[in-house]
Design a binder for this molecule. Structure first.
Ligand code: IMP
Ligand code: MG
Length: 183
């Protein structure tokens, strides 16, 4: 298997490359159906959602816009600071458009809640949210994204775009990081 140096830091594999591909294909079909006749603006929350985003967009059999935002990160910490700041905005005018925000993982739910509220002030037709992973136990049910890839246990996970201190993003699977790596 690839990337053996990083593998020493992984406790266990949560979702394999195969499982991820199957999920992304199904989600792409759902979005293709739900946005038939529209041309949604797909918004990627960098950097964590980047790999998921490009895979997902390729599974959508309809016209789309692709755009990218950056929000302030939590740095080398594994805990949310609760502060969300937009450091790179989208270029597309979303007035009257269907917007779909794609993030990597929902923990406290603050990031997606903030982004949804922000884009809603710009006169879009709709704003929906997607999270690759949902740490359901960590947030109120009303903060659940409109579309979820996989449920996620209350562990720190990395791979397929998700990082710890900017590392592990290029693992092809999603794995639980060993405690000792971030303690
Ligand atoms: P929220 O605002 O608390 O929902 O935080 C979501 C963000 O926290 C994600 O976009 C990630 O950047 C980060 N995050 C939360 N949990 C994890 C994890 O288990 N692995 C990697 N990043 C995480
Ligand atoms: Mg993030």
């Amino acid at each position: 298997m690839r990337i053996t140096t990083k593998e020493n830091d992984i406790e266990s594999i949560l979702y394999s490359e195969k499982q991820i591909a199957a999920m992304v294909e199904t989600l792409g079909e759902t979005l293709t159906r739900d946005y038939a006749g529209s041309r949604p603006v797909m918004v990627c929350v960098l950097k964590g959602a980047s790999i998921f985003f490009t895979d997902l967009c390729r599974e959508m059999d309809c016209n789309i816009d692709m755009d990218f935002i950056t929000v302030s990160s939590y740095g080398a910490s594994s805990k949310s600071s609760g502060v969300v700041k937009l450091t790179k905005d989208i270029d597309v005018d979303i007035t009257g458009r269907d917007v779909v925000i794609v993030d990597d993982i929902i923990d406290s739910g603050l990031t997606l809640k903030h982004l949804k509220a922000l884009f809603s002030t710009r006169g879009p037709r709709s704003v929906k949210t997607i999270a690759l992973l949902d740490k359901k136990a960590r947030h109120e049910p009303d903060l659940t994204p409109d579309y979820v890839g996989f449920q996620c246990p209350d562990h720190f996970v990395v791979g397929y775009g998700l990082d710890y201190a900017n590392n592990y993003r290029n693992l092809p699977y999603i794995g639980i990081l060993k405690d000792e790596v971030y303690r």
